[in-house]
Design a protein around this ligand. Structure first.
Ligand code: MG
Length: 397
């Protein structure tokens, strides 16, 4: 039953989809929820999705999950939570300039990493290896599984019952056989676009790119903060060097490379340049193709993206981060220890049902339930469990 609310102050509310371009996803045309629900009296459907995500327990756990640096290494490093907030901020500001749906990009951004295991990609790889004979494990599929199935907050159903557009946006990748199976089970659902070979919505394309822009920038920042990278090392990256020069020309007082303001200003300029580049390059492609609506945009090649020059510059930065940061021996040592925690926890729980909650075995396949349990752990909970069950401490506190 929809509760009608009278306006509490005399003003005319802006229509929900006002200001959106024709190629945006309009909340009024949403393909809906699996369980039909009455509209919310004060919020659009995508605002409501965002709110459900912010209130779910998987979202709160992101604060204790590793992005690159483990949680206990320092209080100022990004976690999956602060990363997700940065992605949402970048995606919203680009969406606004392109006439895209800010509420939808925000919902997708805040949910995009909900399926990550503890210990970042290392944790995922270890869990995938544990599940190799039982369907594997992939964090992006798991993000959708969290919002579709694992969250238990509603009396009548599992999951958050999000709109199809949000669910589709979360699912960046999907193997075709799995998409086909989903499409049989839920025709027109999140598997559809993979079966039909369509692009994701422009909002999903944009959020995906905002993810990449956000982590490239904040990994530079965290890398320097950790002492593994330095401004001097980063100057071999053309994108960084360009804004290093620009910053020093504008602010000669920042010549001391240890000055925190120097790095902050370079990163700010790098971020702005990438954001403006995406807006301009995407606007040019939109002007060329002029899709009639969001569905027409999906049948075209990907329209959201960098210019060719910025694509190359961003790729060079990413290659540098791989070599100098993600493969750094200190990061790799943590990565290896994280993998070991996941692998050993899985092996112990697999043998001993009494050590893990029964509720995870109720949903169907036992090992999938075990993967759900482990994937949902925070870094510190996984370490505590590992210590409890093995007596070992792999990380110094
Ligand atoms: Mg991410």
């Amino acid at each position: 039953m929809t509760r009608q609310r009278e306006p509490v102050v005399p003003f005319v509310a802006r229509p929900r989809d006002a200001g959106l371009a024709p190629w945006a996803v309009h909340a009024a045309h949403s393909r809906g929820r699996r369980r039909p629900e009455a509209p919310a009296p004060t919020r659009s459907e995508f605002q409501r999705d965002r709110d459900r995500i912010v209130h779910c327990s998987a979202f709160r756990r992101l604060v204790y999950k590793t992005q690159v640096f483990l949680n206990h290494e320092g209080d100022l490093f990004r976690t999956r939570l602060t990363h997700s907030l940065e992605v949402a901020q970048l995606a919203r500001s680009m969406a606004h300039s392109l006439g895209l749906n800010e509420d939808l990009v925000e919902a997708i951004a805040l949910a995009h990493d909900l399926g990550h295991t503890p210990f970042g990609h290392a944790g995922q790889d270890a869990l995938d290896a544990c599940m190799v004979d039982d369907g594997g494990f992939e964090h992006n599929l798991q993000s959708l599984r969290v919002v579709d199935t694992l969250e238990q907050r509603y009396p009548e159903w599992d999951g958050l019952n999000l709109c199809l557009e949000t669910r589709e946006g979360i699912l960046k990748r999907c193997p075709l056989p799995l998409a086909q199976a989903w499409e049989r089970e839920e025709p027109g659902g999140p598997g559809r676009r993979f079966v039909l070979g369509l692009q994701p919505s422009l909002e999903a394309q944009l959020t995906n790119l905002a993810d990449e822009i956000a982590y490239n920038a904040h990994d530079v920042d965290d890398g320097v903060r950790s002492g593994l990278l330095s401004v001097a090392m980063l100057r071999e990256v053309p994108l960084f060097e360009r804004f290093h020069e620009e910053t020093l020309a504008a602010h000669p007082q920042l010549a001391d490379s240890a000055d925190r303001r120097l790095l902050a200003e370079i990163i700010r300029r790098m971020l702005s340049a990438q954001v403006y580049d995406v807006i301009d390059a995407t606007a040019a492609r939109l002007a060329q193709h002029r899709p009639d609506d969001s569905e027409a945009a999906r049948a075209l090649p990907p329209l959201v993206g960098f210019s060719a020059d910025m694509r190359a510059a961003s790729a060079a930065l990413k290659r540098f981060l791989f070599r100098a940061l993600y493969r750094h021996p200190r990061v790799m040592a943590n990565t290896d220890a994280g993998k070991r925690v996941i692998t050993e926890l899985f092996a112990i729980y697999r043998e001993r049902d009494e050590e893990w909650p029964e509720e995870f075995r109720r949903r169907g396949a036992r090992l999938r339930g075990l993967a759900d349990y482990i994937a949902g752990m925070t870094d510190r909970f996984a370490l505590r469990e590992h210590h409890r069950l093995t007596g070992q401490r792999l990380f110094a506190d």
